[in-house]
Design a protein around this ligand. Structure first.
Ligand SMILES: [Zn+2]
Ligand SMILES: [Zn+2]
Length: 273
C-alpha cells in the first residue's frame, strides 16, 4: 500500500502545501482521505485522478479538509462522462454537506448537460454516513472507524485501513484519545495532523491561539505512536508550515518520545508499507 501525502498544509495558505488530504493506493484501489485545497492537482501529481477513486473518506467537515470536494465531484463527473458513482464516506453531516455542494454547482451542471450530448444527468454521488466503530470494505481494503476528539467539532472520525496485511491509520485533526490509540495500534503507518504548540504560542494572534486546545502537537503524536507501537509516524497538516531546514528540529522533537521511523511530510511524500 502506498500512502501519498497529497496535501500537508492547513488553513494557512502556503505555496508549497496543498490543503489536508492523503491518497491511499492499495493496488488499483485508490482511496482519498479528506479533500483540502488543491487536492485534484496533487492527485494528478500522484498518478491518480478522481475517476480512479474507489472512495473518499472524510474525517470531519472543517473547511480545510473538505473545501475541494466540489472539485473532486465535478472532475469525477466530467471525466467519467456522468456514468460512474463517486462514493463518499464521512461522519454525520456529510450527506447534507455534499447535497449543498451539489446545489451550489447546479448552474455548472446545467451548462455542461446543455453543451455535451454525453452528459445527460448531474454528478452521481453516494454518501454513507458512518458511526464510530463502523467497519466496511472498499475493494479489498478493510476499513474501521473510531471517534476522535476535536471538540467543538463533532462528530469527527478517524480511519484504519488494512490491505494485504499492511495497516495505515489516518486520524485527522484530533487530540490524543482512545479512538486514535485504537486506530493506530501496531499500525505500519500512523498519519497524524499536527501543530507545534511551542511556536504557535509565541505568535501574537488570538485566533491562532484557539487551535492549541483541539490538535495534537508533535510531542502528543510521538507519545501516541510510542504508546500504541506504531511502526512509522507520519506528520502532516503542519502548523506553522516548516521550511525543509526546520524538518530536523520537528523530527528531533518527536524522536525524544518515539523510537520508530518519523516522516515529516512534504506534498507528494510517499510512504510504502
Ligand atoms: Zn485541519
Ligand atoms: Zn479540523
Amino acid at each position: 500500500m502506498d500512502i501519498v501525502l497529497t496535501g500537508t498544509g492547513s488553513p494557512i495558505p502556503d505555496a508549497n502545501r496543498a490543503g489536508p488530504s492523503t491518497l491511499i493506493k492499495a493496488g488499483d484501489t485508490h482511496i482519498l482521505v479528506d479533500a483540502g485545497r488543491g487536492v485534484v492537482m496533487r492527485m494528478a501529481g500522484a498518478g491518480s485522478l478522481p475517476p480512479l477513486l474507489a472512495g473518499v473518506l472524510i474525517t470531519h467537515l472543517h473547511s480545510d479538509h473538505v473545501c475541494a470536494l466540489n472539485d473532486v465531484m465535478t472532475t469525477h463527473w466530467v471525466m467519467t462522462q456522468g456514468s460512474a458513482t463517486l462514493r463518499v464516506y464521512g461522519p454525520g453531516g456529510t450527506a447534507t454537506f455534499v447535497e449543498r455542494q451539489l446545489h451550489a454547482l447546479e448552474a455548472d451542471v446545467g451548462y455542461r448537460i446543455a453543451h455535451h450530448d454525453e452528459l445527460t444527468e448531474g454528478p452521481r454521488v453516494e454518501v454513507t454516513e458512518l458511526e464510530p466503530g463502523d467497519s466496511f470494505s472498499i475493494g479489498d481494503v478493510d476499513i474501521t472507524t473510531a471517534a476522535t476528539e476535536h471538540s467543538p467539532v463533532r462528530p469527527t472520525i478517524g480511519f484504519r485501513l488494512t490491505h494485504e496485511g499492511s495497516t495505515a491509520a489516518l486520524v485527522g485533526d484530533t487530540l490524543p484519545c482512545d479512538g486514535v490509540d485504537e486506530l493506530a495500534r501496531n499500525a505500519d503507518a500512523y498519519v497524524q495532523t499536527v501543530i507545534r504548540p511551542d511556536i504557535v504560542r509565541a505568535i501574537p494572534n488570538e485566533m491562532l491561539q484557539d487551535i492549541l486546545d483541539y490538535h495534537s502537537g508533535v510531542v502528543d503524536a510521538a507519545e501516541t505512536a510510542e504508546r500504541v507501537g506504531a511502526r512509522r509516524l507520519v506528520l502532516t497538516h503542519l502548523v506553522p508550515p516548516p521550511t525543509p531546514e526546520q524538518y530536523p528540529e520537528w523530527e528531533a522533537m518527536a524522536a525524544e518520545h518515539y523510537d520508530g521511523e518519523i516522516v515529516v511530510g512534504d506534498d507528494l511524500t510517499t510512504i510504502t508499507i
